[in-house]
Design a protein around this ligand. Structure first.
Ligand SMILES: CC(C)(COP(=O)(O)OP(=O)(O)OC[C@H]1O[C@@H](n2cnc3c(N)ncnc32)[C@H](O)[C@@H]1OP(=O)(O)O)[C@@H](O)C(=O)NCCC(=O)NCCS
Length: 157
C-alpha cells in the first residue's frame, strides 16, 4: 500500500490522515470492521469496490491511522455541473474504540482542505438528526444547515 499524507492533527492522540492510493488486505479488513458501525444494511466493500473509489480521480478515500491501526474513514466525492464544482462528504465513520479523540474532526478537516485545494465553492453532507455525535461534530467544524427538500427515488425492486 502506498499513501500520500494530506493532513495531521493531534488532540490527545496522534492521528494521521492519508488518502489511500492502493488497497491491500489491511484496508479491506478495516472496512469490514468500520462499515457495520455506519450502516446495518450495507455490506462491507470488497477490495474491488474500494479500488474503484481509489482509482476514481473524482473521489478521495481518506483513512485515519492511530498507532499503526486504521480506525476511521471518510470519502470525499467531486462532480462538475454547470454551476460549478460540487464536493460531498460521505460515509464518515470512526471505530468505536477510537471515538472522542478528534479522529472524526481530523478526517473532515483533511476533506475540507482537499475540496478547497481543488476549487470547490463549498462542501456538503447529510446526517440524520439521530446521529448526535456526528451532528455536533459537523456544526462545531462550521457546517451549517442548508434548507432544501431532500428527495430520493428508490430503484430497489
Ligand atoms: C460521528 C463520528 C465519525 C465522530 O468521530 P470521532 O472520532 O468520535 O469525532 P471527534 O472525536 O472529532 O468528535 C466527536 C464528538 O463526540 C464527543 N465524544 C466524546 N467521547 C465520545 C465517545 N466515546 N464516543 C463518541 N463521541 C464522543 C467528542 O468530544 C466530540 O464532541 P464535540 O463535537 O461536542 O466536541 C463517530 O462517532 C462515528 O463513527 N459514529 C458512527 C457513524 C456515524 O454516525 N457517522 C456519521 C455519518 S453522517
Amino acid at each position: 500500500m502506498s499513501w500520500s499524507v494530506v493532513g495531521d492533527t493531534v488532540r490527545d492522540m496522534s492521528v494521521s490522515i492519508r488518502a489511500a492510493s492502493e488497497v491491500d488486505d489491511a484496508v479491506v479488513a478495516a472496512f469490514a470492521r468500520l462499515i457495520p458501525q455506519l450502516s446495518s444494511s450495507s455490506p462491507a466493500p470488497t477490495a474491488a469496490d474500494l479500488l474503484a473509489i481509489v482509482d476514481n480521480p473524482n473521489s478521495v478515500l481518506f483513512l485515519a491511522e492511530v498507532d499503526g491501526a486504521l480506525v476511521g474513514s471518510l470519502t470525499l466525492v467531486f462532480y462538475r455541473i454547470p454551476t460549478g464544482l460540487k464536493a460531498w462528504i460521505e460515509d464518515v465513520v470512526v471505530d468505536a474504540s477510537a471515538r472522542g479523540h478528534g479522529v472524526g474532526e481530523a478526517l473532515n478537516l483533511a476533506a475540507i482542505a482537499e475540496a478547497r485545494a481543488r476549487g470547490a465553492k463549498n462542501v456538503s453532507l447529510t446526517s440524520r438528526s439521530s446521529r448526535e455525535a456526528a451532528n455536533r461534530l459537523y456544526q462545531r467544524l462550521g457546517f451549517t444547515p442548508y434548507e432544501t427538500n431532500l428527495y430520493r427515488y428508490s430503484l430497489d425492486d
